[in-house]
Design a binder for this molecule. Sequence first.
Ligand code: PXP
Length: 238
Amino acid sequence: MIRLGINVDHVATIREARKTVEPDPVAAAVAVEMAGADQVTVHLREDRRHIQNRDVRLIREVVRTAMNLEMAATAEMQEFALALHPDSVTLVPEKREEVTTEGGLDLKNAPPAVGDLVSTITKAGIKVCAFLDPDIDQIKQAAHLQFHAVEIHTGSYANASGKAKEEELQKIKDVAAAIRHLGLAAHAGHGLGYHNVTPIVEITEIEELNIGHAIVSRAVFVGLDRAIRDMLRLMGRF
Ligand code: PXP
């Protein structure tokens, strides 16, 4: 059974557009669980453009399923994660000028501090996942650094069409098999939605999806509960 994590950053983005108190991503986290999702995902960015420290703290308190904290691999965020103790941490690259996380982490050229961070957070009982492009060398490096899981960046697949989309899908299938072969868990996320999720769900090695934008976009018209249930149905959950 494939798990669904909902990225609630997009709710905070709407709030921050007016610098007000609504819509509250903490309320979204509660609604996400009531709709049957398995995890609440938040990205606490260095520039705090959407999710704020207060959101993360309160979401940690209210979530009864699992909380996944996406963060940059910095000493400041390591301290934050150790104090917060989410169920899992997903390391992502961060560039101030990007609109969203644009590519996977470059583990091949990562400083040794990244390996130390993985080991420190893992020893604290928190699973550590790397957000990586579907590139076999990056996957091997994740295994070498003893990550628990790899979240495959599905953005190129989501943005491609025709033959290029088939090729991107094949890359995802190949790396999902490699991730499992190396003993790590395979997750996927970015740019997934109602029109493109099915071929990803059919990859049996993939255990978890993290989806934000498409679900929050549909929620504007049909409500968050229905939007999540529609996705769970496509994932064969009922
Ligand atoms: N996974 C990771 C690591 C991400 O950075 C994001 C984007 O916030 C997502 C999943 C969700 O992507 P989307 O909003 O396109 O569904």
